[in-house]
Design a protein around this ligand. Structure first.
Ligand SMILES: Nc1ncnc2c1ncn2[C@@H]1O[C@H](COP(=O)(O)OP(=O)(O)OP(=O)(O)O)[C@@H](O)[C@H]1O
Ligand SMILES: [Mg+2]
Length: 462
């Protein structure tokens, strides 16, 4: 039977219910339906009770990110593309993603919301080896790294390997994306009830005690993907008011005796868990960096590109970030007939379609960065257009003298430290001084500000 647009909307709602615990919101529905009709944000705002800036800078990016997640990376998702994507799905493909992505967990029962495809995951064998070892002796593992570096893909591969191996005997393999920052009670309910399908207590609220008991009775391998969504606080309480319960829960997961493993993927460190790790508790932070040259060459082969040495230069320039490398390879294939040298002649940094929405989450309103951190970033991005790197001294002078922020040197140092920890900027000790750089995709994003999220965040003034 042929697919209809209504089938598509029903499918999106059901995916949303499964992954985020709710159907599309009114504003999301307004954007999705309107965009498929080809309406601009301006027209949508005129037709609804929502402001254009809210549609474009806040609700829109989240919606595109979610659709990207459920439709998969093979589709280019965003306002300009969604109409064509949906038409292609309905007219040509005829099947909605997920229908054919049933993941088999081997001998155990599983609960998989959405698992990124691991089919074309290159290399990462040493990372997986380390993670498999840590799975034996940790109760919690945090995989950190910058946007698009491959955290979710690696975690997906890990759950796949663990479930197939005879060395691990988990009862359940559970994958939950928590990028929407669910209330802890909703997460408990979602996990426990999904597993106890026949339970009569459909509306029962579970407490942390009950959840910990659940982890003790059932050996679970639980992945909470995009866990940085619950880091909404500050240095003292990283979780903020709303998510403070997650902090207590994770501490209990580490400190109480059980045989489950909870894996988090996050763009940021969990400082409280790092402290537990330093105190030799069974928790590990694993920082993921870019692909090596040989791993990156597999992407080069996949896209049948030409110019091996040029590709290695690009790999270096983009710090081996697989999301960036896929985007560029795609572009070179489409625009330059696979010839990398012709792309290089353009001397451009290619952001692609997936980065802006991911960066909007990180740098826009609702992201984790303080106003000072954002101001420093924008200033650095401007400076780094002129020079390759900037020394600590000239950065501080620049910030204090030229921009006249009412900020002390120690606040600036703290901000630089936190930006470095989040892999947003990079520091290097040279013979002369401490120097800072910025990954080119981040610099380009900050300077071009494609959806206006940076400007909106900076003008928030707090
Ligand atoms: N080892 C790899 N080989 C080839 N492609 C990879 C590899 N790792 C990741 N990718 C691809 O790079 C893209 C980004 O990966 P992924 O979504 O896992 O990154 P992430 O670190 O979870 O990003 P985010 O911080 O936005 O959640 C995906 O398209 C994925 O398929
Ligand atoms: Mg991810």
């Amino acid at each position: 039977m042929a697919l209809t647009l209504d089938d598509f909307y029903t499918w999106v709602d059901s995916q949303s219910l499964k992954i985020r615990g709710k159907k599309l919101t009114e504003v999301e529905r307004c954007i999705l339906h309107g965009s498929i009709k080809g309406l601009s944000y301006e027209a949508l705002a005129a037709d609804s009770r929502f402001e254009k800036a809210y549609l474009q800078n806040t609700a829109g990016p989240g919606l595109w990110r979610f659709l990207q997640q459920i439709l998969g990376e093979e589709y280019r998702i965003g306002k300009p593309y969604i109409k064509d994507v949906v038409e292609e799905l309905i007219d040509t493909v005829g099947v909605l993603p997920g229908d054919d992505r049933v993941w088999n967990a081997g001998r155990s029962q599983s609960n998989i919301d959405y698992l990124p495809s691991t089919e074309k995951l290159y290399g990462r064998s040493s990372e997986l080896k380390k993670l498999l070892m840590r799975t034996q002796d940790s109760r919690c593992i945090v995989i950190t790294g910058q946007v698009g570096i491959g955290k979710s893909s690696l975690a997906a591969k890990l759950i796949d390997l663990v479930s197939r191996s005879d060395d691990y005997e988990f009862d359940y393999y559970i994958w939950k994306s928590i990028y929407h920052g669910p209330h802890l009670e909703d997460l408990y309910q979602n996990i426990i009830q999904d597993i106890n399908q026949d339970s009569k207590d459909r509306d029962k609220d579970y407490s942390s005690d009950e959840f910990i008991r659940f982890l003790k009775v059932n050996r679970c391998f639980l992945i909470l993907d995009e866990a940085d969504s619950i880091l909404k606080g500050d240095n003292i309480n990283p979780y903020g008011e709303k998510y403070i319960g997650y902090g207590y829960l994770l501490r209990r997961v580490v400190e109480e005796s059980h045989n489950s493993v909870v894996v988090l993927t996050s763009r940021e460190n969990f400082k409280d868990l790092d402290e537990l790790s330093q105190a030799k508790k069974p928790v590990t932070t694993f920082h993921l960096t870019g692909l090596s040259a040989s791993e990156s060459l597999e992407i080069y082969e996949e896209y049948a590109l030409q110019g091996r040495d040029d590709w290695l230069k690009i790999t270096d320039q983009y710090r081996g970030n697989p999301l960036a490398l896929h985007n560029i390879a795609d572009r070179i294939k489409d625009f330059f007939d696979g010839k990398i040298s012709r792309f290089i002649e353009y001397e451009t940094i290619w952001l692609g379609s997936s980065f802006p929405s991911r960066f909007d989450q990180q740098f826009g309103i609702g992201g984790r960065l303080s106003l000072l951190e954002m101001q420093i970033l924008v200033l650095m991005a401007q400076q780094l257009e002129i020079d390759d790197s900037i020394t600590l001294d000239s950065l501080i002078t620049h910030i204090i003298d030229e921009q006249q922020f009412s900020t002390s040197k120690s606040q600036i140092l703290e901000a630089l430290n936190s930006l470095t920890e989040r892999s947003v900027i990079e520091k290097e000790f040279t013979a002369k001084a401490l120097e800072f750089r910025m990954p080119p995709v981040i610099r380009k994003y900050l300077l071009t500000d494609p959806s206006g999220a940076v400007k909106a965040r900076i003008s928030q003034k707090v």
